[in-house]
Write a protein that binds this ligand. Sequence first.
Ligand SMILES: Nc1ncnc2c1ncn2[C@@H]1O[C@H](COP(=O)(O)OP(=O)(O)OP(=O)(O)O)[C@@H](O)[C@H]1O
Ligand code: SF4
Length: 290
Amino acid sequence: MSFDETTQEDGEEEQAVAAVSLAQVKHIILILSGKGGVGKSSVTIQTALSLCIMGYKVGVLDIDLTGPSLPRMFGLEGKSIFQGADGWMPVKVDTNAEASLSVMSLGFLLGDRGNSVVWRGPKKTAMIKQFIKDVYWGELDYLLIDTPPGTSDEHISIAENLRYAEPDGALVVTTPQSVATSDVKKELNFCKKVNLNVLGIIENMSGFICPYCAECTNIFSSGGGERLAKEFEVPYLGNIPIDPKFVELIENQKTEEKTLTELYEASPIYQIFKDIMQRVLDQKHPGRMS
Ligand SMILES: Nc1ncnc2c1ncn2[C@@H]1O[C@H](COP(=O)(O)OP(=O)(O)OP(=O)(O)O)[C@@H](O)[C@H]1O
Ligand code: SF4
């Protein structure tokens, strides 16, 4: 069933579901990209860590069902969720920040059955509905939803399930190359179709931070994201360079003594990303609970 074909009965049910499970969630942000591998999950992680460092309580929902990478990227591999009295309890990330950070992903439910599934549309739709209905987030300032690339069953399903939940909108991630920006156009058209506000476009892997001197050099063309933002009349939030230290941080975070938030706060990429995040916060969305 497409978003446009949702019946009134379904709508009422979705409204009730969103009202209960997301009752204490102030803001909802989706992270989208038209193309795989452009750094959507990395942007989700950076958004989560930045908001956490800024003092917000953050939850992250991974709806990339065929390739859930967030448990590994957050250093939570092997952890499992448990069923509490109020629903599934998301896994907490160890942070030094006062604010909390918790993650829910299909990866936690699969255990040793591998880290991905091959499911048809209806099963994916049911899983996403369950994620929205059955996860107990508690009080959150921000719920971030990491989606798979493209405009697939997962996107239609999450748009339907959040129809009455008033999400703030979507962060759309691209890389500078035209092959990525042309796919992002489809994503922006999808947002228009389902009435999802676009908080802005982020151009990832735009330039390169030297690991020796932290100087940023443009190794590929850049500006594709900004041109796209002008064409679709949505905000351009900024560009993130390739930072080899960020990859190291994500790959080796378990062996370090410091928490992920401490390591990220000290990295050059955070200095760039926090300005992007500030541009999102400056848009001053009233929030679902105000
Ligand atoms: N700015 C960056 N600097 C350095 N490495 C990066 C950057 N952004 C992403 N990467 C790396 O590129 C790879 C792909 O990133 P990521 O998994 O975030 O992409 P994705 O768009 O979510 O992929 P998928 O399509 O699989 O969901 C990862 O190894 C990540 O660490
Ligand atoms: S940016 Fe400077 S330090 Fe880095 S590799 Fe180039 S010349 Fe060397």
